[in-house]
Design a binder for this molecule. Structure first.
Ligand code: ME8
Length: 522
């Protein structure tokens, strides 16, 4: 049987500070997508990692009296350990000083150089160390970098240039003829505007003299220089899946989905496709660009010091709750505001009240009125059919939304099933019917319907809230089935086995008090 492929990447993060909400968001989206595609039976590969080179690392090392290598290893380890701790899976955690990556960067530099695509020139411009690139007028607000709020440095030096502008006509045409290559559309338009209007967007400086920076990959054709960090970093997406000849490389590359924040649109929308074109590779299938998490109207970032730590959020609220908020509240492409109050409101409404209540009502009543086992239903009537129809609708919508990167909508569609099932319970009122021995069949039908709806909700939720889904499945006695589930088959109505033992449990998501109660010891 031929299996479909799915390749998803996150940016490789800089190693100058610990991971924060922004990195967590992109990595959680990648994890959820990979889990969803795996659930659909696809051969899936998730690549994440860290960007070890560049001046930022040298700056931190100098400040801390350490070496770039030690700093890069330290923070890279922090990223990998954090994703492990939070249950974010990856097929490879790449570091740009991994030997296979260093070799590939050198091979590509050699090829591009030999093909006459690299030239040696004098260059002068405004450099932002935060961005690790020369800025253009569009990047400046009042003479400062608009992301880092620091003035750039004027720099002039002799360097090697990748003749990127040669590929601009091809690239503009590619973006025009592949309307969803860069999505959502606003970023496609931004990329086209960069190509058409930006005066400063010339050829790409791809070297740094060792006299200024010796932390990087040495140029194979001039040992006095190291490779510019972005030229090195972008190539990670090829190293990660074994370009050029590892088994499955072609199939995976053909399905590649890059996830990036809008801060790195230019390297991904302009530098990267032209680099790929120079070596004869197709661009990735989609460049999926998301907005910023903002706190007090400012982008969360290391340099602004307003970070939200994923492990602190995990300790305070549980990681599934934080993960749910990230996926449910950000519309992919737009900025989103983070406050703990907003998050608590969302957790209480959706997870504690809506989903949590349905789980506890269903399982408590199954224990009381059906001996703690999935009961035999009567033939379905209209209300039961309506719940089953809500499920069918959700399965189709979730697939469409996930593939279109509208994860908040996919979650909304799943919660519509939860709503419909809660409404169904209110209509059937099994707690009242249970008082009448003549109506046992109706009670059992209602409980069967809720158990089956919850089983399917668990399947659909499993990419987004894996632990919660596993816990619901465990309580329904279908944990093993969830582990083997494949969409769309697993979401077909009517598969839960009558007689399966169910288990009540503590509330899945206890209501959180807001504002938090005063600390008695304070
Ligand atoms: O740019 N909101 O690394 P980086 C949402 N090494 N996402 C955010 C965010 C925020 N406030 N802040 C960061 C680099 N991110 C390069 C990448 S790739 C070949 C090289 C996320 O550590 C978002 O994905 O600055 C953003 O693009 C990325 O972290 C930048 O990470």
């Amino acid at each position: 049987m031929s299996r479909r492929y799915f390749y998803v990447t996150t940016p490789i993060y800089y190693v100058n500070a610990d991971p924060h909400i922004g990195h967590t968001y992109t990595t959680v989206v990648a994890d959820a997508l990979a889990r969803y595609h795996r659930l659909c039976g696809e051969h899936t590969f998730l690549l994440t990692g860290t960007d070890m080179h560049g001046e930022k690392v040298v700056e931190v090392a100098t400040r801390q009296g350490s070496t770039p290598g030690a700093i890069a290893d330290h923070y890279s380890g922090r990223f990998e350990a954090t994703w492990d701790e939070l249950g974010l899976g990856f097929d490879r955690f790449i570091r740009t000083n991994d030997p296979d990556h260093v070799k590939l960067v050198k091979d590509i530099l050699t090829r591009v150089h030999e093909a006459g695509e690299i030239e040696f020139r004098e260059y002068e411009g405004d450099y932002c160390v935060g961005c690790e690139r020369f800025l253009t007028d569009r990047d400046l607000v009042d003479g400062k970098c608009r992301d880092h709020e620091t003035p750039p440095e004027r720099r002039s030096e002799a360097n090697y240039f990748f003749l990127m502008t040669r590929h601009f006509d091809w690239l503009a045409d590619y973006i025009e003829t592949h309307p969803d290559f860069i999505r959502p559309e606003r970023y496609r338009n931004e990329a086209l505007a960069m190509l058409r209007e930006e005066s400063g967007l010339g050829d790409l400086c791809i070297s740094r003299p060792k006299t200024r920076l010796d932390w990087g990959i040495e140029l194979p054709f001039d040992t006095d220089y190291v490779c510019y960090v972005w030229f090195d970093a972008l190539i990670n997406y090829l190293t990660g899946i074994g370009y050029p000849d590892a088994p499955g490389f072609r199939e995976l590359w053909g399905t590649c989905e890059h996830l990036v924040g809008k801060d790195i649109l230019k390297p991904h929308a302009i530098f990267w496709p032209t680099m790929l074109h120079a070596i004869g590779l197709e661009p990735p299938r989609h460049l999926n660009v998301h907005g910023y998490w903002v706190v007090d109207d400012r982008k969360v970032s290391k340099s602004l010091g307003n970070m939200i730590s994923p492990t602190v959020m995990r300790d305070r609220y549980g990681f599934e709750s934080f993960r749910y908020f990230l996926l449910r509240d950000m519309s992919y492409g737009l900025d989103s505001n983070f406050t703990e109050e907003l998050m608590v409101g969302r957790i209480n409404a959706d997870l504690a009240n809506n989903l949590g209540n349905l789980v506890s009502r269903t399982l408590n009543m199954t224990a009381r009125f059906a001996g703690g086992a999935v009961p035999e239903p009567l033939a379905p009537e209209e209300p039961e059919t309506k719940v089953a129809e809500a499920v069918v609708r959700a399965v189709t919508l979730v697939d469409e939304y996930v593939r279109g990167l509208q994860i908040h909508r996919a979650l909304e569609a799943i919660f519509q099933v939860v709503d419909a099932t809660n409404r169904y319970l209110e209509l059937r009122e099994p707690w009242k019917a249970a008082k009448d021995p003549e109506r046992t069949g109706s009670v059992h039908t209602a409980l069967y319907t809720c158990c089956e709806a919850l089983r399917i909700v668990a399947v659909l939720l499993s990419p987004f809230l894996p632990e919660t889904a596993a816990e619901i499945a465990r309580r329904l006695g279908v944990e093993a089935e969830l582990a083997d589930a494949r969409l769309p088959e697993a979401a077909r109505w009517g598969q839960i086995q009558v007689g399966t033992s169910t288990h009540k449990g503590a509330p899945l998501f206890p209501r959180i008090e807001w504002p938090p109660p005063e600390d008695a010891s304070a």
